[in-house]
Design a protein around this ligand. Structure first.
Ligand code: OGA
Ligand code: MN
Length: 212
């Protein structure tokens, strides 16, 4: 994966979206070759390395399969596509800190595989004052997603009952939002659905880590 062609304009657009509405959707954030490199990297992971959601690293105990049924694996930066993606996100972190003084200290992300029928019910990624997560990113890795295949990400306004955005998980699209502000959910898909969900974190000792 060669991240060089990604212009820093995209970082500016994302930064502006976070500063304004608090969220944004960016189709073509990665080009097809970059997306395919990550998809292949994910595909090389053996099944036993995938953690059923809700049993893994410090997950909150209530976060179980009634809420989500996807399988995840943290990126550890041991392959070139992962290194490239983490480097790209480090650039975005810099931009958010420089322009918005967000004080983001690190970024963690996991591959997520939703097999047919898998879902993630409406949730928040962070609760005010109880988590170090500030900004959520979701990057999709699916080739040629069709409208009738389901698997949309629904994003809700803070108090809205109806979703304000409906995102098809098409490869290369990045969604970015303030983790404490936007409830969201993943609808069941009719085919396997791959993504990388990630979180920029601050490092505040009064806000203990709560992983969801
Ligand atoms: C998550 C999440 C959304 C998606 O992992 O917390 O909300 O579209 N993922 O994969
Ligand atoms: Mn989420």
């Amino acid at each position: 994966m060669n991240t060089a062609p990604l212009s820093t304009c995209v970082f500016d657009d994302i930064t502006e979206a976070i500063a304004g509405p608090g969220m944004g959707i960016f189709p073509g954030f990665l080009n097809p070759a970059q997306t395919a490199a990550l998809r292949r990297d994910f595909a090389t992971l053996p099944d036993w390395q995938l953690t059923p959601a809700g049993i893994g690293r410090e997950h909150a105990h209530h976060n179980n399969e009634r809420i989500r049924t996807d399988k995840t694996r943290w990126l550890d930066g041991t392959t070139p596509p992962q290194q490239d993606y983490l480097a790209l996100m480090a650039g975005l972190q810099q931009s958010l800190n420089r322009e918005l003084f967000m004080g983001l200290r690190d970024y963690e992300c996991h591959y997520a595989r939703y097999d047919e029928g898998d879902f993630y019910k409406k949730h928040l990624d962070a609760f005010r004052g109880r988590s170090n997560r500030r900004v959520t990113t979701v990057l999709y890795l699916n080739n040629d997603w069709q409208a009738d295949q389901g698997g949309e990400l629904l994003i809700y306004a803070e108090k809205g009952a109806q979703p304000s955005h409906r995102v098809m998980p098409e490869g290369g699209t990045l969604v970015c939002f303030l983790s404490e502000r936007f409830p969201h959910e993943v609808l069941p898909a009719r085919r396997q659905r791959l993504s990388i969900a990630g979180w920029f974190r601050i490092d505040d000792p009064v806000a203990p880590v709560l992983r969801l």
